[in-house]
Write a protein that binds this ligand. Structure first.
Ligand code: LCS
Length: 406
């Protein structure tokens, strides 16, 4: 019913995806050149999608535009809360109190603030690695130390090293644990048992816990997301973050949900956070929760197929790559250590040798050397071209015996 095969031109939209890659991936400016023109790259990097936002969202924004005034806006009415909490009840059988919900112009800014509010200057932030790098940046920005617990990779299946985590959690100065559930970049959907163990560790060590659930709507068929709030309904030190941004391709609208049951922390947030919302974003997000479900369900079917396709393509053309279909997200996490040495700059290799923009290696804090992360949220024709280019570049490198050039 929806057309996920359509190729949409993003030129001249100031998209980070098309115009911001030099800075974000390579920390370079426009003087950095490649053998490919910018428009020739296959872009499989930043976590937004090449698909149109659902029409119900666009229509709601248009309706709001027609109201013609865009003054200071904050969610005062019940309508948004109802739409979002109905979504959580329907999809996750989980609910939360209205007064616990605050809005943020993104989860990243919320993480940056929370670290400051929760951790004293000498207290530390803990998370699992490989990790979405902004967990580290949130600590760095506030000059808080980080403590990383490496996930264990069992032939492509990642699991938590509970012994290591337990030991690190008990360190005196560890105050906050940021959990990514489902996990970016490995795509794990943590099970009830794993979440129970995590909850237990947080409770016993009196840790604050931010559960970043931004990817929770993007599940492979048969997978189930369990919000941490369901595991720890009475834990006062839990903060949950969810958003329409990833699920409905609305990251540029900068609206996300932060659920803070702790009265004191919420009070700090409400007094210190710049607390206004974009009226177009509110209209769009509400419509996504109220009317976007069919679209999301079809999107997930399309993503399932792109994952299957990727699995088959890699098995045939890059047999030494180790890849397991992610349980959630639209991000594929591919182990290519049979083809590369540790520490090689994989994004640079693939930009130069394949004309593909991707994230990989050191971009995920640690425990990520020789891995690439491919964003599969694109029309299948683009995915095919991207995979062809990636495999050809690696196979050519192996044939020529190039080593350590990057
Ligand atoms: N949290 C996680 C776990 C994410 O993966 C992302 C985006 C965000 C937060 C950002 O939230 P926002 O501030 O937009 O609400 N992930 C990206 C990624 O992996 N590459 O590009 C963006």
């Amino acid at each position: 019913m929806y057309n996920f095969d359509e190729i949409i031109d993003r030129k001249s939209t100031n998209a980070l995806n098309t115009d911001g890659f030099r800075d974000y991936i390579f920390h370079a400016d426009e003087t950095m050149t490649f053998p490919y023109k910018d428009e020739e790259f296959i872009r499989m990097w930043v976590a937004d999608m090449e698909f149109a936002t659902p029409q119900v969202v666009i229509d709601a924004i248009k309706e709001r535009l027609d109201r013609r005034i865009f003054g200071y806006t904050r969610i005062f009415s019940d309508a948004y809360y109802k739409a979002f909490s109905n979504w959580c009840v329907k999809r996750y059988n989980w609910n939360f109190e209205r007064k616990h919900l605050v809005m943020s112009n993104g989860i990243i800014p919320a993480l940056f603030e929370m670290v400051e509010y929760i951790c004293e200057q000498d207290e530390k932030v803990m998370f699992l690695t490989p990790s979405y790098a902004y967990f580290k940046y949130a600590a760095d920005h506030n000059n808080r130390e980080i403590v990383c617990s490496d996930l264990i990779n069992d032939n492509g299946h990642y699991r938590i090293d509970f012994e290591d985590l337990e030991q690190k959690a008990s360190e005196d100065k560890v105050k906050l644990f940021i959990l990514c559930n489902p996990h970016n970049p490995t795509g794990r959907v943590w099970t009830q048992d794993e979440l129970n163990q995590l909850a237990d560790i947080c409770e016993r060590n009196d840790l604050w816990l931010i559960s970043d659930e931004i990817h929770c709507d993007l599940l492979r068929a048969g997978k189930k997301h369990i919000p941490m709030g369901k595991i720890m309904p009475d834990y006062d030190k839990l903060i949950t973050a969810m958003a329409v941004s990833k699920s409905f391709n609305m990251a540029g609208l900068m609206i996300s949900n932060i659920i803070i049951p702790n009265d004191k922390l919420r009070e700090t947030w409400l007094t210190r956070h710049y607390n206004f919302d974009n009226p177009l974003s509110v209209a769009g997000a509400q419509a996504a929760y109220e009317k976007g479900e069919d679209w999301l369900d079809e999107l997930n079917v399309y993503l399932d197929k792109n994952f299957e396709f990727t699995k088959e393509y890699l098995a045939e053309h890059l047999p030494k790559a180790n890849f397991r279909i992610s349980e959630a997200t639209y991000l594929a996490w591919v182990d290519i250590h049979e083809y590369f040495d540790e520490g090689e700059d994989l994004p640079l290799f693939f930009a130069n040798e394949a004309g593909v923009l991707l994230e990989g290696g050191g971009m995920f804090v640690q425990n990520s050397d020789c891995f690439i992360r491919l964003n599969l949220a694109c029309p299948n024709s683009i995915l095919l071209e991207g995979l062809q280019r990636i495999c050809n570049a690696i196979n050519l490198k192996m044939k020529k015996g190039i080593n350590n050039e990057y």
